[in-house]
Design a protein around this ligand. Sequence first.
Ligand SMILES: [Ca+2]
Ligand SMILES: [Ca+2]
Length: 260
Amino acid sequence: MKIRHIAVALATTALVSCSSGTSSTSTSIAVPTSATGQAVTSTSIAAVTPNESSITVTTTTAATTGKLTSFTAEVWADNWFSLYINGKLVGEDSVPITTEKSFNSERITFTASYPFTIAMVAKDFKQNDTGLEYIGTDRQQMGDGGIVAQFTDTSTGRVVATTSSAWRGLVIHQAPLNKSCEKSSKSDVDCTSRIASEPSGWTQTAFNDSSWPTANTYSKEQVGVKDGYNNISWSSDAKIIWTSDLEIDNTILWRYTVTA
Ligand SMILES: [Ca+2]
Ligand SMILES: [Ca+2]
């Protein structure tokens, strides 16, 4: 029994040390498996700089008959995102959403064949379900969001997809519903919210998003781009998107399918 207890204690210590590195610049990404349980992803992480970081993920997406091609996704999000291709997680923002003023950009590489489905989670930072940030300070406010992405076929160098008004988005965290609570000293009581869970299978190619609203596009000035945005050479087609409300729509699920 004594030996068994030691083993448990060691295992617990290992778990704690793995999960406590919030200031680390490396990112760990879960490796998805195919339907048959076979690992389909290999991951390598490149160096991270304060304004721009780079994640290189090589993923063979769901079994298809088309020719596999390598793609690079370039993404800037206010404040955080994750990226799925054909239902597989291929990368995410390496800076935690809880990092104040997180405006880095990312490059993520993956392999897929045409056509493929892009799904992204975009999150604007909020301190809690009031939807506010800097609560209790003179900066207490509704933060705003925004995301822009472009996808380049590395075999041709051609940008084959960008965020645009053709993308469809579903809001799953909306707060505050009553903007008048923004400066309330008891925002946790006064601010109301609407929160939903992610629909089952929403990252999958077969998911029907036809009822989701299409994106609104915004100018750089409206969203206040900064930091990592300026490290990427954006196609003129790459539009900054969000829903109709930059402030109260805090978590959005985005989908778009890329044809050849
Ligand atoms: Ca924000
Ligand atoms: Ca917000």
